[in-house]
Design a protein around this ligand. Sequence first.
Ligand SMILES: Cc1cc2nc3c(=O)[nH]c(=O)nc-3n(C[C@H](O)[C@H](O)[C@H](O)COP(=O)(O)OP(=O)(O)OC[C@H]3O[C@@H](n4cnc5c(N)ncnc54)[C@H](O)[C@@H]3O)c2cc1C
Length: 490
Amino acid sequence: MTRKTRHVIVVGGGTAGSVLSARLSEHPESSVTLLEAGPDDDSYGELVLEPARAAEAWTGVGSVAMTAMTTETGVIPMMQGRVLGGTSAVNAMATLRGLPPDYDAWAAAGLDGWGWEDVKDTFIAAERDADFPNSPLHGDKGPLPVRRWRSDELSRAQRAFCEGMVEVGESAVSDINDPSQLPGVGVFPVTIDDEGRRVTTSLAYLTPEVRGRENLSVRTGVEVAALAIADGRVSGVRLVGGEEIEADEVVVSAGALWSPHLLMRSGIGPADHLAEHDIAVHADLPVGATMSDHLGPGIRYRHDGPRGGVAGPAQVVLVGASKGRDVDYHAFPIASAPSQDATEFMMAVFLLRSSGRGSVRLGDSPEAGPVVKAPPLPEDGPERLRHAFDRLAAWEDSEPARALGCAPVEPIDLRAADAVATALERLTMSYAHMTGTCPMGTVLDADCRVRGVEGLRVVDASVMPTIPSGNTYLGCVMVAERVARKMKTS
Ligand SMILES: Cc1cc2nc3c(=O)[nH]c(=O)nc-3n(C[C@H](O)[C@H](O)[C@H](O)COP(=O)(O)OP(=O)(O)OC[C@H]3O[C@@H](n4cnc5c(N)ncnc54)[C@H](O)[C@@H]3O)c2cc1C
């Protein structure tokens, strides 16, 4: 007896969608259609592939979708990659997992299979770590090439940050994915190849061999307008332009801003909000109601030239702990431009423990992009930031910082009692780690299935019930790997 082929549509060929499509199409009884709104990855130019040019992409040029995020102190322009590979094509390539308690909290909330001991092996299997090939903490056979920036690739400011922080008492950490070494200062692991070129999840997972599979169709430049839902079941999607495609199952991987937007446009969301837009309700769920992110101040510095180094905008990081050993912030310099003449950089400080929730809602018309409200800073945020500012003040006085000739562009006395409030008023930034807009536990079950709608899952940054204490791209890879495995065996 032959089994019927199951047709799965993946909406969004971004960070998670590329991984998911590659893994699902390993299964000969599935046929997979990946629908990506942006262009194919053969469109990548130097802006994508050359890490030093990432900061240019952040100004909104290239294949990105811009939105605006409202915070308590202003409006932050917010972008997501709109190209095969998604935001992994425009991010800072930092390849961090978060910490074991982050995932143990997911399991403790009733999400079986998501505790640290469950997810650790998935992180390890996804990477091919050039620096720690034989470590039990790292993998050497996975699709993602990972290494740390070499000393000769660091800009002078990045090197001075690392050396100065060690001078003022921070531990030098050789592997910031090793929780036993934290807190301390170290070099970001990044997903780049031997030549120092960015490797996105589409390049790593949707290889020519994978794309040659008969049961995988990758369509780019096609935007999904709505999910087709009848009698509590998804039957396919409708594209902008009207084409309809049927499927046995649809997985939405459009990212933490656009996945909730698509669900709400399709009638899955808070009933009162959908009613405001005259959208018939298929499932009354808190879609978009619980967005998390990492926020914090940025202080602009300038130093004597030249810039030095060859690599990306964020290369080293202080993984800080304001209370005891519990890691709760990242502080790091971000180069604002690749040019060797550009000696200005932003010192960013982001709070990692953030329980506040923002939101994603529909705009004036369903066709308009998402309306995004950032979470509030945590109540004890200023207190935790105080610790970071004391560390930065000590760094300013360190020999490496003084040798750099480094000073804030807008003078600020980091030791002053009102320094944190002043800095937050001047500039509150987002780490762009938007998560939790369709979380497991409320909107989704532990297998990322949308509650109350058959044949529909969400698999991307949206699904994270609480935000990991680190960067979020690798978490999206982990989630996609794990859900693909569940789908292949169910
Ligand atoms: C500037 C910036 C820097 C960052 N730096 C880092 C970092 O250094 N390290 C880190 O870990 N994290 C970083 N992040 C965050 C991280 O990259 C994201 O959390 C992660 O990549 C999100 O993956 P995703 O799969 O959820 O969504 P995405 O990768 O954004 O994928 C969504 C895809 O869906 C497509 N899509 C959307 N709507 C539709 C539709 N209707 N039809 C068809 N296709 C659609 C999009 O075009 C896109 O390709 C950064 C983010 C930004 C914005």
